[in-house]
Design a protein around this ligand. Structure first.
Ligand SMILES: NC(=O)c1ccc[n+]([C@@H]2O[C@H](COP(=O)([O-])OP(=O)(O)OC[C@H]3O[C@@H](n4cnc5c(N)ncnc54)[C@H](OP(=O)(O)O)[C@@H]3O)[C@@H](O)[C@H]2O)c1
Length: 325
């Protein structure tokens, strides 16, 4: 991997004073995945406080109901819950269908559901678990809700990404780690690199629609990420790593800013460290790999290649991504 001077920009971004927004979200509808915990929950709290109506996409119905009650009690927010396990793409399709029945337009989509695994697992769709949950499933959710975002005066999509994209690991010939020994951090890096790349491609394709899409690193914050791993990993995380992490409220505040700041109305295809617009690592900017991962991700989701033209041309059915022609 080659390093450039820009690759250290994250150090400056971490120390920088973060932007905040006081814009009201009254009358806005936001979908947030991974809203039961950590970054997604903090973003939901901040958006609820700002007056937004929320649709929480969560895999665990009980946890989702607890989060919804908290948001209703603390902020008087209007909150709906949709369940979907991102390790199952049919769940994502069904959840997108339910959201489409709830509303005709969407103002903000935040995909925060994600995980890090120290061991390789395959989903029933046949993908490596981290790659599917962190990249393929949020991509599919985004595509299936695209026309609702286009109907908003200024739809915004934010993919919660990570500085972990710097670990690299994306290999187009081995997305599922069958040919290499599995390395958790590199698999995580692969999923986040793929996501940054598709954010960039989609932002190009969305030009002229008014919809923006950006990736963001939510800061190094204390959440439940990694809790699915073994006892030694968890002990290291809680005993050592947590001392260097911040309260996840900063992630919620940054996502609020990215959701509504007027100065970002035209900003798309960017990577933010919290609220700081920085360059991702050089390997995430490779145009050939970017085009290939876009097509590969479309094929993993079963979406046809002409999908986006259909969405923008208004011929999009949304349920399965095929044109209505
Ligand atoms: N924490 C950090 O410092 C940090 C740094 C960089 C990037 N991030 C990113 O931030 C995002 C949120 O992570 P977090 O730190 O807030 O971790 P977290 O507290 O563990 O939250 C993760 C959320 O994702 C959900 N989730 C996990 N697997 C899922 C699946 N198969 N289907 C649907 N939902 C699933 C979890 O649901 P359950 O509650 O049911 O488990 C939870 O709501 C991730 O994309 C992560 O990569 C975090």
């Amino acid at each position: 991997m080659k390093y450039t001077k820009d690759d250290l920009n994250f150090l400056k971004a971490r120390r920088a004073e973060q932007h905040v927004s006081t814009v009201s979200m009254q009358g806005k509808t936001c979908v947030i995945s991974g809203a039961t915990s950590g970054v997604g929950l903090e973003a939901s709290k901040r958006l609820a406080k700002g007056g937004a109506e929320l649709i929480l996409v969560c895999r665990d119905a009980k946890k989702a109901d607890n989060a919804a009650s908290l948001l209703r009690n603390d902020h008087g927010a209007k909150v709906h819950v949709v369940t979907a396990d991102f390790s199952c793409l049919d769940d994502v399709r069904r959840a997108a269908g339910q959201i489409r029945e709830m509303t005709d337009s969407l103002d903000v989509l935040i995909n925060s559901a994600g995980l890090h695994c120290t061991r390789r697992h395959l989903t029933r769709d046949g993908n490596e678990l981290v790659f599917q949950v962190n990249h393929v499933a949020p991509f599919l959710m985004t595509m299936l809700l695209l026309d609702l975002l286009i109907k908003s005066p200024q739809g915004r999509i934010i993919q919660v990404n990570s500085e972990g994209h710097r670990f690299g690991g994306l290999n187009l010939n081995d997305l599922d780690w069958t040919k290499r020994p599995y390395m958790g951090l590199r698999a995580y890096g692969s999923s986040k690199t793929a996501q940054i790349m598709t954010v960039m491609v989609l932002s190009e394709r969305l030009k002229g629609t008014g919809v923006t899409i950006n990736a963001m690193h939510p800061g190094g914050v204390r959440t439940n990420i990694g809790n699915n791993n073994g006892i030694l990993y968890r002990a290291w995380l809680r005993g050592i790593v947590w001392h260097f992490l911040k309260d996840a409220a900063i992630s919620g505040e940054a996502l609020y800013y990215l959701s509504n700041a007027e100065e970002l109305a035209q900003t798309s295809g960017r990577y933010f460290f919290l609220t700081q617009d920085i360059k991702p690592m050089a390997h995430a900017m490779d145009e050939q790999v970017r085009a290939a991962i876009w097509e590969k991700t479309l094929s993993l989701t079963g979406l046809p290649f002409e999908f986006l033209n259909g969405a923008i041309g208004g011929q999009f059915s949304g349920q399965n991504g095929y044109r209505k022609t």
